[in-house]
Design a protein. Sequence first.
Length: 138
Amino acid sequence: MTYGTKKVQIPTKIWKIKQKDGTKELLAGCGNWDQVKGFVAWYESKALNGEVEGEEPRFLEAPMIAEASFSMLNDRGEIWYLSGQGQWVEISEDHHTMGSGGDFALGALEAGATEEKALKIAHKYDAHTGHLITKSKV
């Protein structure tokens, strides 16, 4: 996913979330699939009820997810990462990756690779990295 100069490598399922106030977000998760689906259902219900409108994600108490990670890109150009401990962190670097192959992809991006090439490199060196590329816009 790319927003301006920020590139986010997310080789996983991406959900389009629309807040009650019209704010649009892309939410992606990786890791334990049951935890990923459960968190997305929880987050979508909060969004539809207007419980996260205008809030920075860091103030939203997320459930602890021990075996999954999430990234969120909103239409304000902010990128947020949710750790397994339920803490949201705003990403300010030019590149952000997640998942088991994230270090390989990040190294490739920092060395000048395209998002597609970085994902291929991560897939080559990490057995759990998917190889499908999904491009989405907020």
